[in-house]
Design a protein around this ligand. Structure first.
Ligand code: AMP
Length: 219
């Protein structure tokens, strides 16, 4: 299965993507995670991306599309993948169509996670991420770690992403509305969009998403 996950920052894309990818036995490909890995390893790509990410802006397409294409070309992604955070504008969506066409494959669904804006801000302000594995995500109020500052799963240090600061979040939301939301219409025209509410318990949202994907790909 080839799935794109969309939704505003704080919708829980990363959390849901990790569970959905596991349930569907496909790799979770997050361009945000790929950028963060490059930044922490100090690669040229990481250096190019950092200023944009810290400002809450999109990293230029020339950098992003190549990185995403390389990752999708790896052997574990041959039979499918779950894209989280890519594409993030219409240019990237068009580039993805070309990449898939060249491989003779198609997207199966675009899962749109809906969350009210005030909830998004609350979610991001309390979000804490594990330094060892960014799939391990906690929230100070909604899912606090057992020991403050320590990941329940692996014992790694929890930190607040630099771009989760209030000011940067506002920019990221603005970028989402102006640049990313238009891809929903782009994919709606292809009949691929499935919208679900991302409110409630993580496991309930995963179940809702699995059911919606099942219906849309069977129907
Ligand atoms: P995320 O972890 O998906 O919230 O991404 C964090 C940041 O990485 C974003 O705010 C962007 O600066 C950058 N980023 C991630 N994915 C993309 C993309 N597809 N295009 C451009 N920038 C991206």
């Amino acid at each position: 299965m080839r799935i794109v996950l969309v939704g505003p920052p704080g919708a829980g894309k990363g959390t849901q993507a990790a569970y959905l990818a596991e349930n569907l036995s496909i790799p979770h490909i997050s361009t945000g995670d790929l950028f963060r890995a490059n930044m922490s390893q100090g690669t040229d790509l990481g250096k190019q991306a950092r200023a944009y990410i810290d400002a809450g802006q999109l990293v230029p397409d020339e950098v992003t599309i190549g990185m995403a294409k390389d990752r999708m070309g790896q052997s574990d992604a041959v039979n499918g993948f779950l894209l989280d955070g890519f594409p993030r504008n219409v240019g990237q969506a068009e580039a993805l169509d070309v990449i898939l066409k060249d491989e003779g494959v198609k997207l199966d669904a675009v899962l749109d996670l809906e969350v009210p804006e005030d909830e998004v801000v609350k979610r991001i302000a309390g979000r804490r991420v594990c330094r060892r594995d960014s799939a391990h995500v906690f929230h100070l109020s909604y899912s606090p770690p057992k020991t403050e500052g320590v990941c329940d799963v692996c014992g790694g240090e929890l930190y607040q992403r630099h771009d989760d600061s209030e000011e940067t979040v506002r920019t990221r939301l603005e970028v989402y509305h102006t640049q990313t939301e238009p891809i929903i219409d782009y994919y709606r025209a292809q009949g691929l969009v499935v919208t679900i509410s991302a409110l409630g318990e993580v496991a309930d949202v995963t179940a809702r998403a699995m059911e919606a994907l099942k219906q849309s790909t069977e129907g």
